[in-house]
Design a protein around this ligand. Sequence first.
Ligand code: GTP
Length: 518
Amino acid sequence: MSNFSSDDDVILFKEKLQHSQLVFRDLALKSRREATILKRLISRLIAASQVHDDKVLNERLSQIRRELDSQEDVSRLIPQLALVERMVNRHNQATERAKDSLECQFQQSGETLKCLPGLPAQLKRDLRTLLTSPAAEQKGSTEKIVALLQLYERALKLLSLPSNGLSARDLLNIDRINQLCSELQHLITELDFDGEVGDRLLDIRSRLLLSPDAQTLLELTLESVQLILDGTRNERKASQAFLSQLNEDLSILQRHNGRSIDSSQAIATQRSSLNEELAASVDSINIHLRDAESLEELRPNLSQVAVNLASLVARNRELEEREQQLMEQLQHNEQKLEALYQQTMDYRRRLGDQERKLLLDPLTKVYNRAALDDRLEHEYRCWIRYQTPFCLAMIDIDHFKSVNDQYGHLVGDKVLKVVARTIHQCLRDTDFIARFGGEEFVILLPDADEETRKVLLNNVRDTVSRLPFKFKNTRLTITVSIGASLFKDNDNTVEVLERADNALYNAKHNGRNKLVWA
Ligand SMILES: Nc1nc2c(ncn2[C@@H]2O[C@H](COP(=O)(O)OP(=O)(O)OP(=O)(O)O)[C@@H](O)[C@H]2O)c(=O)[nH]1
């Protein structure tokens, strides 16, 4: 039964109803306000995420915006929002990929700029910082690209307009000076002088690695020529000293021998006259014995014979002593002769060593360029004759300059030695390795079929990259780029060297630590 019996109840009920209406109106107002805020937020998000290269997505987003304005109920847009979310995800993935390729492009453009001849040292340093420093890695890609563009602009200005007091010609001169430094340094590497001259040449080589200016280069060149002259003069003096000593010793020996021969002839003459006198004494004794009638008659004759014999004995003793002296002199001469023989053999060995050294690179102990020329010519002739596959490869250490810059030239030298040894160990007995220039090697692989040469060259690249270099507790990874080519058709050695060099250039530009065939 209803309780609407009293007026009080009706009033109470009315009040409750009014209260509920007020609450409902508040809630409706609040929800409309919230829906407006939500719509505005979604609308702004859509505007912010509107992208220009995806038309379908842009169209969808605009449509949602329009519907947001007309629709009261936001929940009806949920399916469309879900669709857009999927599209945005896809778009994000595409953006990530584009970012990666942009980064790669950025690195390549940076490397291209780095290889531009004549860049001033400061610009090179800035470029290296931009490409490799950890701080640069934290920068956004746009920021990095803008920085790279600025460096390109600086390089263009420096190379085309006179600025900083340096004209494009000055910069080309600097590049030429650097080339001359590297050639002089290479020539010094091939010299092998001992002692002070050798030490001073090593010192000049280190100074050449520090990119000196034209004046210093000239001074270093003159100093080198002076040292080479000194070194050659010293070597010549040493040879002359040895030869004149040998000459003197030989003429002393010859004089001694001459005297010995004279003495031995004199001794022989004396001995034969001694023998004759002895025979005459014996004859005379026999005659006296035969003719004598009595012992008394014999006595004076025999005593004369005894005096003669005593004199003969004394002279014989003297002769024996002289013979003994002669024997000693001959023995001495023989020893002297043996010593001279040993000295000459030693000198011959040293000359042989020098000859071998002329073909070796003193730093890395692999063959030098002169040896390469000889061997290349030989292998080329064999290839023309037998037509077995003949491969030539150029190997260059990557970013070697930064090893020198970061750790010093002594560490750079050590790296060169270890890399040369490692490459050598990867080769077969019949292969050949030579240091071609600064941090560049050439290897010759005669009679190497496709599988052999691929495996071998990849093994060289891979083994070097796994060498456990460690400096100042920092692990240092060294890699090499390789350009390789086969002799074919009417090739000559220069053409194949050029092809391998181009392939090496491509290996460098395709990211280094690569083997490229041409
Ligand atoms: N320590 C040392 N450094 C050498 C020697 N010969 C040449 N160099 C240095 O090797 C460096 C070669 O540098 P770049 O030609 O710029 O080449 P990179 O830095 O290796 O760069 P990429 O070849 O492009 O990877 C130069 O800095 C030379 O001074 C040497 O006998 N000892």
